[in-house]
Write a protein that binds this ligand. Sequence first.
Ligand code: GDP
Ligand code: IMO
Ligand code: MG
Length: 424
Amino acid sequence: MSNMVVFGAQWGDEGKGKIVDIMTEHAQVIVRFQGGNNAGHTLVTGGRKIILHLIPSGILHADKLCLIGNGVVLDPDVLCREIDELVKGGIAISPVNLGISKKTHLIMPYHKALDQAREAAKSGPDKIGTTGRGIGPCYEDKMARIGVRAGDLQDLDLIRHKIDKALLEKNSLLQNLYQQQKIDSREVLEHIRPLAARLVPYLTDVSHQIQTARENGHTVLFEGAQGVQLDIDHGTYPFVTSSNTVCGNASAGSGSFYKAQQVIGVVKAYTTRVGQGPFPTEQTNSCGEHMQVQGAEYGSTTGRKRRCGWLDLAILREAVRLCGPTEIALTKLDVLSGLDELRICTAYEYLGQKVLYPPQEENALKKVLPVYEELKGWKEDISMCRKLDDLPENARALIRYIEQALNTPVRIISVGPDREQTIR
Ligand code: GDP
Ligand code: IMO
Ligand code: MG
């Protein structure tokens, strides 16, 4: 029995889905513990691509139990569609391999409407560039103690009562502040009714399921969404998501204590970011374009072009400090092939001083200047490499550099999107 955690060490989209899919081989239970369908986790097997937004990335493997923990915010509509898509693709989904915590908060239509209205009302530098999926407003209602939870799907009278109360406030905001249409509570309830009938069989006690798995000697794999720099407390606030993305939340977000034997920090060999917010190593030049095009850097959820830039050790040091990875999975190394010179940001200059970690003042990352070290690139296509020795020396030098700088071994190297394109 052991526990594993996989987390994103940058601004999300590091390739967590692929790494969770691979590591599922060693686990029996896979748990999502935060975020919602703002996440888009891509799995590619034998050339077939599947993007998951809510269901844990272990679902392609037979005989595994995938759980959606209480820390997730769940859009019932999206989950039902995701189940349908997977079933259409020949993947069996039933309460035997998928469970939802009764304590998971539900994203309601008014959360999405508010998220979108707020973003539309913001201008210029105030925009966050959210995914518009209702994530923030749903977490707000959870904290305000007025949320609708998955367990409530068993009691539509309770849901009706909660919707009526919530809409008193939401409609006032939507109509008066944002000049949007009023949302009708009956329509919301009728929208929920068939979804409730479908999802109630999946409701479970996730905390208890994890405990039972442990008693049976099983390994539990916790799947993080987003990345450390999008954490509500530790990320580039206010340009962050609305949950704690750091590994510590695996415990609160699933209802289990855990001592993780294996903590895998997923690090993209360069950096990307979707949406607004500071990004010190961003490259709006031919190097950034190389990463964007070769890495096919389009958001898996919204299709937006991802901003691209050099690897940033300052934010990675912080990810190590916050999450304590036992190892790194280095992804998308193949994307750097063809660049003559590579740059790595080793520190920042901030207010005349050299700093090794991101300063904590709001928007400090807008004011830092990256300090770069140059490394030699390589020309060869490495997407067919399956052993460390197959990689060009300059690629191996980059890996050694990262290991030393972060004092953490790189144990998985990903050289393409497919499950097979991996060196371990
Ligand atoms: P996640 O949100 O962290 O799971 O990452 P996404 O799935 O949103 O984004 C990662 C993208 O890179 C997906 O399109 C993956 O299929 C792709 N990908 C993952 N690993 C590699 C790799 O090593 N090389 C290349 N070229 N693509 C990769
Ligand atoms: P995965 O799990 C990349 C970003 C959004 C926006 C900010 C807030 O696929 O790595 P939100 O809708 O959460 O309120 O938006 O967070 N964001 C992500 N960026 N990958 C993700 O998830 C993200 N989830 C949210 O683009 O900047
Ligand atoms: Mg993603």
